[in-house]
Design a protein around this ligand. Structure first.
Ligand SMILES: Cc1cc2nc3c(=O)[nH]c(=O)nc-3n(C[C@H](O)[C@H](O)[C@H](O)COP(=O)(O)OP(=O)(O)OC[C@H]3O[C@@H](n4cnc5c(N)ncnc54)[C@H](O)[C@@H]3O)c2cc1C
Length: 291
């Protein structure tokens, strides 16, 4: 990738992820007066809204929607802004580059707060990452012109990406993990089951199914959070979680991580605490670089 970067376009920090870990990081960075871009695929969506009753967050009891409403209120009061964008690549360097479809953003430090998504995970996917497995239809769809693609689709909101793939592919096999999946394109076959594993040799070649094997040229896994190593090249991760120290530093200088993406327990209060710690660590990192 080759860009000319105007340094006045470079944020101090980009926070990726619109959950509570990302919010806590953005809130703390605001109090530290750091120029911050907070972006995410959705704001306080999915997990927060689906909590039936939160009883373990100090000072709050209620359902997820009420919790999200409180967070939004505070966000407005504190003047925190949010940019809706799904990052598809984070490239370490000085500055860091974060890509989201057609958009490109730059920062001196990045905090990854992308959560985890177990729904739609398929055995073997990480082994074939970049070798026939992709998490981004818009980024990689064109590579499969005239080919047979499988898409494991975690929710209806990714239906548009499946249609997009159908525009290139000869055939798309959509394994939809939600009810009543419907598509307009004639070359999409819906399978109402999850595949068991991605199989292959040098590249992904097939999906193992309960009742056989489906040969494919590529597999797209369309869900809320891809494994962090798929987003950031060279990032140390284990079992789908980013490895960090207690200051939420990763193995890449200037890259920090917070929340569910760093591992269990998956809890709001842990995510919020780590978001704060990551923000302070990013601030200290920048202060050392630019005293
Ligand atoms: C049904 C349910 C009930 C729960 N109840 C409780 C409870 O009562 N108490 C409790 O403490 N915890 C509860 N949890 C756990 C809690 O929801 C999580 O621990 C918490 O949401 C983690 O926050 P996070 O910010 O790390 O991740 P998330 O809330 O998952 O936020 C991550 C965000 O990043 C976004 N994202 C992912 N990839 C990208 C990308 N590439 N680019 C941009 N954005 C991206 C995602 O869309 C998501 O919005 C519950 C979880 C569930 C599913």
């Amino acid at each position: 990738m080759c860009y000319t970067v105007r340094m006045d376009n470079v944020y101090d920090v980009i926070v990726v992820g619109g959950g509570i870990a990302g919010y806590s990081a953005a809130l703390t960075l605001k109090s530290l007066k750091r120029q911050t871009l907070w972006l995410g695929a959705e704001l306080f969506g999915g997990k927060l809204l689906s909590a039936e009753y939160v009883r373990n967050y100090p000072g709050f009891s209620g359902n997820g929607a009420a919790f999200a409403a409180r967070l939004r209120e505070q966000m407005e009061r504190e003047g925190i802004s949010f940019t809706r964008a799904r990052a598809d690549g984070v490239y370490a360097g000085e500055p860091f580059t974060v890509t989201a479809g057609e958009q490109t953003f730059f920062a001196h430090a990045v905090i990854l707060a992308t959560g985890v998504s177990q729904r739609g995970a398929v055995k073997g996917e990480e082994a074939f990452l970049g070798r026939g497995v992709s998490y981004c239809a818009v980024c990689d769809g064109a590579l499969y012109r005239g080919k047979v693609i499988a898409a494991v689709v975690a929710s209806e909101k990714y239906a548009e990406e499946v249609e997009y793939l159908a525009g290139f592919a000869k055939e798309v096999h959509a394994f939809c993990l939600y009810r009543d999946a419907r598509f307009h394109a004639g070359n999409i076959t819906v399978h109402p089951q999850a595949p068991l594993a991605v199989e292959g040799g040098l590249r992904a070649e097939a999906l193992a199914l309960k009742d056989g094997r489906l040969p494919v040229d590529g597999v797209f896994l369309l869900r809320d959070a891809a494994p962090p190593a798929a987003l950031v090249g060279g990032l140390a991760a284990e079992d789908g979680h980013v490895q960090t120290d207690r200051a939420m530093r990763t193995n890449l200088a200037g890259l920090f991580a917070a929340g569910d993406v760093t591992g269990r327990p998956y809890q709001y209060v842990k995510a919020a605490g780590e978001g704060l710690t990551a923000a302070y660590s990013a601030h200290a990192y920048l202060s050392e670089k630019q005293p």
